[in-house]
Design a protein around this ligand. Sequence first.
Ligand code: UVW
Length: 382
Amino acid sequence: MHEDDHDCSPSCGAALAFAADGGPPETPHVATLLDGLPDNWDRWGDDDERGTLNLLGSAEAAAGMRAALAGGDDAIERFTLGLPLTGEAIPEGSTATGDPAFPGRDVSRRDNTSDERAYREGERDPSAGMKFSDDRFSTPFYLQGTTHMDALGHAWYGDYLYNGFDADATAATKRFDTPVEGFDGKVAETRGHANASIAPLADAGVAGRGVLLDVARHRDDGDDTRLPMGAEITLDDLQTTADAQGVTVAERDILLVRTGSMGHTRDPEAAWNPTDEPGLAFSEELVEWVHDRDIAALGADNVAIERVTQRIDGETYVLPLHGAFLRNLGLPLVEMLWLDDLAAACTEDGIYEFLLTAAPLHIQRATGGPTNPVVLKATDGD
Ligand code: UVW
């Protein structure tokens, strides 16, 4: 199953260029690194495109609901985990605040197309006094440019995506009968995923027991609540954090890992660097632990869950856990989560489990979808 060719998307190419720091990095093949590690190919049939979301059924939703109800009907707090889309860019090396964008992806800006000004100028004829505000993005809107879920086919190596779908499926052309006006003229055809797109994950949705591991708060580097740029999170960090919090990561849970990185993008005192964020570090033990527990979805408050470039046995790899998780396990990744408010509440009452529901925008053939997860968390009633 593990093939030998090297593939790289424009954004991971940007990471490679960044990692090069003046010279080309070594790029050993990730297939060798991941050889022998677990996969879920064929587990749910050879046409499956939902991956580990297949693990979330009635019992898992009930486990989440039990967690939400543990403090009684009057002790449930609600959190949403999507970042705001401000349109503010964060220049490299600055402490400006704004929307975190991975190299190769710009921030997105939107504009009104029908507003009060247009009505005043008589450009519209609203019916019987009713008026409406409409808008659209006036710069490209990267579907993975804000809090989002990655499609299982977003990252791969060799010639195959999750479950053995041909990598050519990531760029299948679709022609439309009616061209529409685009940024660069009429758009009559687009390329996109014929398989392993975000659509099956949007169909499935997520509902289950979520667990937050607030690694940033339980490790003693950083500024107490945020890990520093460059920090690597290991399996041992996850286990130590779970022990310190007194929470168990159970089978089929939805696991959220907090690094504190998104807090940097909202803090005028803190610099933020997309390719040097704190994140998970690849290890065989980590991949096996995630697989053994059948983690159903994995989220974090950074752009890529894991460290973007990683030195492993003296070699440089780019996003190797994307290969292990998305391609091999079919494990959806939810990135750029806003976890600070949820984490503050968990710290306050010591309750780190909750009901988590989420679904990405259902965009046919897309590589990812903006997502605003909702958490219902029991409090201790105080
Ligand atoms: C990259 O591909 C870098 O990130 P993501 O998984 O967020 O889309």
